[in-house]
Design a binder for this molecule. Structure first.
Ligand SMILES: [Zn+2]
Length: 169
């Protein structure tokens, strides 16, 4: 992971966080996800044509289903370099990371670990990432339920990445 051009948080005056899900869609827990590639490859290992094709295929699918293309792109494994970022930017994407990578919810490390690790990284304008594909997601679901309750009690608004990235649109 190079970290080049990936946005893990945004400057904002709002006490707001964006909770996001990768690897779905899941009909219950995925109201809207951005572009996360078609086959989930390490993009920096692909040639330019293949990389663009990964984004474009998903771009067109989401546009066909949702009526508009997504604006946010998260590289699988946060694997991104300047070239990948340029390809994404040319398609109109913001490249989105997350502040709670250490939560590693996809490994099912325990609800308590997911909650505490995510909580420790929360700040206004940040993006939190969870996973709703690949098998049993019950720990993730319970951790998100607890976090949403806590964040709301602390006065946080839950917003979309687009609201953080493009507040004036
Ligand atoms: Zn993923």
């Amino acid at each position: 992971m190079s970290g080049v051009a990936i946005r893990h948080a945004f400057a904002t005056n709002r006490k707001a966080v964006a909770i996001t899900f990768d690897d779905g869609p899941n009909p219950v827990y995925t109201p809207a996800i951005g572009n996360h590639t078609y086959t989930h490859p390490y993009l920096t290992r692909l040639d330019e044509e293949s990389c663009r094709s990964e984004l474009l295929r998903t771009h067109k699918s989401i546009e066909a289903l949702a009526g508009q293309p997504p604006r946010s792109f998260r590289p699988p494994y946060f694997d991104c370099d300047g070239r990948v970022a340029d390809i994404a930017a040319n398609l109109g994407y913001s490249v989105i990371g997350a502040v709670n990578g250490a939560a590693r919810d996809w490994e099912q490390p325990g609800v308590r670990h997911i909650v505490e690790s995510s909580r420790a990284s929360v700040k206004p304008g940040c993006v939190l990432l969870f996973h709703d594909g690949f098998g049993d997601r019950s720990q993730t679901v319970e951790a998100v339920r607890q976090l949403v309750t806590e964040l709301a009690a602390e006065g946080y608004e839950l917003v979309t990445v687009s609201e953080l990235a493009h507040p004036h649109r």
